[in-house]
Design a protein around this ligand. Structure first.
Ligand code: NAG
Ligand code: NAG
Ligand code: NAG
Ligand code: NAG
Ligand code: NAG
Length: 451
């Protein structure tokens, strides 16, 4: 049976045509310019959607370039329809209008949401529209399968604190867990939860319980791993290297085994993806199946971990948990030309869609549209210049995905090279880049065109 796909390519081309040149890169050492002040999750500058979910205040023109983050809501998402899903080109920051925002091709099938990855695409990513500042989140899911195909269920903050579950399709009995503090590479944080029964054919419930003092990963209610903040002190930076800032839930499927990826990435993912597999022949795409997802906010009575206001914002670039402010600032942009410091800027149209940016000279929708050839950033890829490299981007639509080409790709990080002489380090470096990628990885869904 082949489940039908929307004519996505056409839609994407439409979006791409209204966008300007490839966006400027941003990083900790290279902030965005005033006219395109917001640094997206993938390390590129723009306005509009660049200033919403994933906008990194540390790398943006100013802390308030990014729009405040909608506050946590305790809620069970049934994942049996896409009524509460919006493509990022249609979302202006009102969590009352959508629970999930994303790119790629989610589908409803049999009462669940499938995240799909058609041949030569970079898959699909969904992110929650609200942010969880500590708390519990659990997802019932069935992973994708086959070599090179990766499924992820993670928490990711705008300053790149990250708590992960990742699954490689070549190993259907293991959940890989990981965490990062502000995206800083650490090669020793990955731990496997093993001996799960066939994660492709069976739903399991994967849970993250996160408090200011520890992270617990549970599968089917059973503790698989605990990480205590007390064990994360970094004496160099004098900080706890522990996730501590409001994070979105992100779920995705992505091609770790894309032939053009770095060998380390491909190996980790279990080999080069076969776009001619039985799975592709049978369904037309790889897919991961998501059932119910539940978020329980942390409910602290004083910060950190409160959720009393409307939104969170950062009041300091250190972006530690004492710099997060629980506020009543609004979260909704008037148009895709607006930014955190000019939220009511209009584009002269009343539509809430990407077409409203037609006359803009800056990029407003990260990813998909910005570079039609863009691909997933793939961790460990050979183009591992750091995100500050400011590389030209704007690759042709035939180019292999790499770190520099698309606003919807993760900023490349330079951590992967530093393995040292211990042979295990190389593998760990790879492992780490991969983990970092969970946030990343995701998608230039326009890479459907990457062929
Ligand atoms: C986790 O399992 C994968 C195989 O699925 C393996 O490649 C990886 O090295 C393991 N990681 C750790 C930290 O044991
Ligand atoms: C500790 O912090 C320093 C400075 O930020 C960083 O370079 C290093 O990678 C960190 N170490 C670990 C193990 O996270
Ligand atoms: C926070 O409060 C809500 C509503 O009372 C509750 O459902 C939820 O379980 C609480 N969260 C935690 C982490 O205790
Ligand atoms: C977060 O804030 C609390 C209270 O200020 C503090 O005790 C805790 O150490 C902080 N956690 C981290 C990971 O920095
Ligand atoms: C933006 O518009 C909203 C109403 O849509 C209004 O409440 C708010 O005060 C305006 N903000 C500014 C800065 O003008």
């Amino acid at each position: 049976m082949v489940r039908s796909l929307l004519p996505l390519g056409a839609a994407l081309l439409g979006a791409a045509t209204v966008l300007a040149d490839s966006p400027q890169k941003c990083s900790l050492t290279q902030k965005c310019p005033k006219e395109a002040p917001c640094c997206s999750q993938y390390g590129e500058c723009g306005v509009g959607a660049y200033c919403l979910g994933g906008c990194d205040p540390r790398m943006s023109f100013s802390l308030d370039s990014c729009v405040p983050e909608p506050v946590c809501q305790s809620k069970t998402y049934k994942m049996d329809s896409l009524d509460r899903y919006k493509d990022i080109s249609k979302y202006l920051g009102d969590p009352n209008e959508a629970d999930w925002v994303g790119q790629g091709q989610p589908l409803v099938y049999n009462g669940n949401v499938l995240l799909t990855m058609p041949p030569n695409s970079v898959g699909t990513v969904l992110a929650s529209t609200t942010y969880m500042w500590y708390g519990n989140v659990k997802a019932k899911l069935k992973t994708s399968k086959d070599r090179g195909v990766v499924t992820a269920f993670i928490l990711l903050s705008d300053v790149k604190d990250e708590i992960d579950y990742e699954f490689v399709g070549a190993d259907l009995s293991t959940a890989q867990t990981n965490y990062y503090f502000q995206g800083i590479p650490n090669y020793d944080n990955s731990v496997n939860i093993t001996d799960l029964s066939d994660t492709y054919n069976n739903f399991h419930e994967y849970e993250i319980r996160w408090t200011p003092d520890d992270i617990t990963w549970l599968v089917d209610g059973k503790v698989g791993r605990i990480k205590k903040r007390a064990d994360t002190w970094n004496a160099t930076s004098n900080q706890w290297a522990f996730p501590q800032t409001p994070a979105r839930v992100q779920i995705s499927i992505w091609p770790g085994g894309l032939a053009s990826n770095a060998q380390g990435t491909i190996d980790w993912a279990g080999g080069v993806i076969d776009w001619n597999s039985d799975e592709i022949k049978k369904y037309g795409y790889y897919f991961a199946t998501f059932g119910e997802i539940t978020v329980e906010c942390y409910n602290a009575s004083s910060p950190p971990g409160t959720n009393k206001g409307v939104s969170y914002y950062y009041n300091d670039v250190s972006a530690t948990n004492n710099t997060v402010v629980d506020s009543d600032k609004p979260t909704v942009l008037k148009s895709f030309l607006a930014t955190g410091t000019d939220m009511n800027k209009t584009d002269g149209t009343t539509t809430g869609s990407a077409t409203g940016t037609a006359s803009s000279s800056v990029n407003a929708i990260p990813g998909g549209g910005s570079t039609p050839g863009g691909g997933a950033q793939v961790p460990g890829s050979s183009n591992s210049g750091s995100s500050s490299s400011g590389s030209s981007g704007g690759s042709s639509s035939n180019s292999a995905p790499d770190c520099a080409t698309t606003g919807f790709s993760q900023s490349c990080d330079s951590g992967s090279g530093s393995g040292g002489s211990n042979p295990n380090n190389a593998a760990r470096a790879i492992d780490r880049t991969l983990g970092a990628s969970a946030f990343a990885v995701v998608i230039g869904f326009a890479a459907l065109l990457l062929l």
